[in-house]
Design a binder for this molecule. Structure first.
Ligand code: MCA
Ligand code: AMP
Length: 503
């Protein structure tokens, strides 16, 4: 019986007493111990009635146990659906319902609020706290440390990750075993990971970056991770001497550069720093090199595609570019007619390869809009390829804000703002922010003669949307700038407010 994802990332480490996780309390977890825990967890999934292909939604703090749920899902053939811990009950309700999850694992503090949602769906519910304790772990304690791995094919679903859309409706990107495996193995080779690597892991594990890039690459190479519960400068600086590599969003690097404890000495032994999820300013790249002597390796990916391009490990890591298409990934730049544009011209980035997802869950039309019959996925990013083959991302053809590596779709916020009393319409824009790269401004147009209650609006937004999506500023304007077709000219608003958060 074969299960490519489980066998190649997890199963081959069974019984090894090599360290997998270095934990903040100074203890470690071996590969063997991690897999024994995961096997117990897999028994719980079966005991809860989950069958291969069923979905398990999880909204829990980052912990070894939370990562164990990922391994357990892989071993039991269950589709893993991790959710941002910042999501509100309103947001979670949609994900749980849309995915038809059979089991919801949540923090004990959210149990009360989520119980009716699970009950509505006939889904079971178990808890897992930040320390890994809760009803899931209690249930697992009764089971054996071995589990008969469920047979799966390359094309079977391994995970759903929700990604927002321009219509405001999130879409479940269906990722197969082969999608995840191809990228894990390609990246592990490309970045020359080995079992000697120790990755400083401070990213969340509910997104592609922390889960599939950082964790899968480490697992594919047999290395270990300094597994931090979140981004914490003190812990990162304390852990760096024991690490060989680090992955982060650009905010990680700008925050490190602003800390006087982050010195050339601290990074001297490091093998590799990798950045992605949002544009790394060329200026950050250069400041980092000037301080540490390391050139950050920038790569580019998406939830739907995992990683598409990377700067080279050996060879020039060019600031402001995302490098070359990865092995087995085809990338082309196309014009509005779908045809490839001449080299050097800007167009839409399209990608094809074993990394590209299977489609959006129960959204065939959305899938058709973005995934061509010939297998090319239209990323919505605007790019250009230079004469040496380096790809640069120069903009987006989608209305998207990336704040500290989190994607925020303005439409989702506009729908909430438009619903507020005395608001006639709204426009949400992203403007430069010194810490998060970009941040959110909400522009409100009042109904004639009315003046919206901004405090009440902030409260309403707080109830519906995760904190990271909240506008950092609400401004009231008489009218939105529109072109002759009536389309809101967000570029004019972005220009008008570009210095709102200037450092
Ligand atoms: C936290 N806050 C944020 C963000 N994070 N607001 C806007 N954008 C954010 N990204 C809120 C907090 O709720 C808090 O609210 C206030 O901002 C300050 O929080 P702070 O303590 O500074 O935040 P933090 O806990 O240090 O987190 C910042 C962070 C974090 C470390 C940059 O956002 C993070 O880990 N980002 C990584 C996201 C990521 O993994 N992206 C990969 C997506 P208040 O205090 O006002 O209540 S995968 C992807 O994009 C593709 C596939 C790819 O290519 O990788
Ligand atoms: P997500 O939907 O969270 O998977 O985010 C994917 C988007 O993040 C891409 O479509 C890009 O717009 C952006 N992105 C990821 N990596 C980079 C990068 N290195 N530079 C610029 N944008 C990036």
């Amino acid at each position: 019986m074969a299960n490519p994802l489980y066998d190649r990332l997890f199963g081959r480490h069974a019984g090894k007493d090599s360290t997998f996780l270095h934990l903040p309390d100074g203890t470690t977890l071996t590969h063997a111990a991690f897999l024994e825990m995961a096997a117990q967890f897999a028994h719980v999934l079966v005991d809860q009635g989950l069958k291969p292909g069923d979905r398990m939604a999880m909204q829990v703090a980052k912990s070894p146990q939370a990562l164990g749920l990922y391994a357990a899902c892989a071993q039991a053939g269950v589709v893993f659906l991790p959710l941002n811990t910042a999501y509100t009950v309103d947001e979670l309700t949609y994900f749980i319902e849309n995915s038809g999850s059979k089991l919801v694992v949540c923090d004990p503090n959210s149990e009360g609020a989520l119980a009716p949602v699970a009950a509505n769906l006939d889904a079971s519910m178990l808890t897992m706290g930040a320390d890994g304790a809760g009803s899931f772990a209690n249930a697992a304690a009764n089971f054996a440390h071995e589990f008969d791995t469920v047979s799966r094919q390359n094309d079977d679903l391994a995970a759903f990750l929700y990604t927002s859309g321009t219509t405001g409706r999130s879409k479940g990107a269906m990722l197969t075993q082969a999608n995840l495996m191809s990228n894990a193995e390609t990246l592990s080779d490309y970045w020359q990971f080995t079992d000697q690597d120790v990755l400083l892991h401070a990213l969340p594990i509910f997104h592609t970056h922390g889960l599939f890039v950082a964790t899968n690459v480490t697992l594919a190479a047999g290395g270990s991770m300094i597994f931090l519960p979140g981004f914490d400068l003190d812990r990162i600086i304390e852990g760096m001497p024991r690490a060989t590599t680090m992955m982060g969003v650009p905010t990680f690097y700008t925050r490190l550069l602003d800390d006087p404890r982050f010195t050339r000495d601290l990074t001297q032994h490091m093998r590799l720093f990798i950045s992605g999820s949002a544009p790394l300013l060329a200026e950050t790249h250069q400041r980092f090199e000037a301080l540490t002597g390391h050139r950050i390796l920038e790569r580019y990916g998406m939830t739907e595609t995992n990683m598409n391009t990377s700067n080279p490990y050996n060879g020039e890591r060019r600031a402001g570019t995302v490098g070359f298409p990865l092995p087995r990934v085809e990338l082309k730049i196309t014009g509005a007619d779908g045809n490839e544009v001449p080299q050097g011209e800007i167009g839409l980035i399209e990608v094809r390869g074993p990394n590209v997802f299977k489609g959006y869950w129960q959204m065939p039309e959305k899938t058709r809009e973005e995934l061509r019959d010939n297998g090319f996925f239209i990323t919505g990013d605007l790019g250009v390829i230079d004469a040496d083959g380096y790809v640069s991302i120069v903009g987006r053809n989608k209305d998207l804000i990336i704040s500290g590596g989190y994607n925020i779709y303005p439409k989702e916020i506009e729908l909430v703002l438009d619903d507020q009393p005395s608001v006639s319409e709204s426009a949400v824009i992203g403007v430069p922010h010194p810490d998060f790269g970009e941040t959110v401004i909400g522009v409100l147009v009042p109904e004639a003669g009315k003046s919206p209650d901004l405090a009440a609006i902030e409260q309403a937004v707080g109830k519906s949307l995760a904190r990271f999506k909240h506008p950092r500023k609400l401004v009231v304007m008489d009218a939105l700038p529109r072109n002759t077709m009536g389309k809101v000219q967000k570029n004019i608003l972005r220009e008008q407010f570009k210095d709102a958060f200037a450092g």
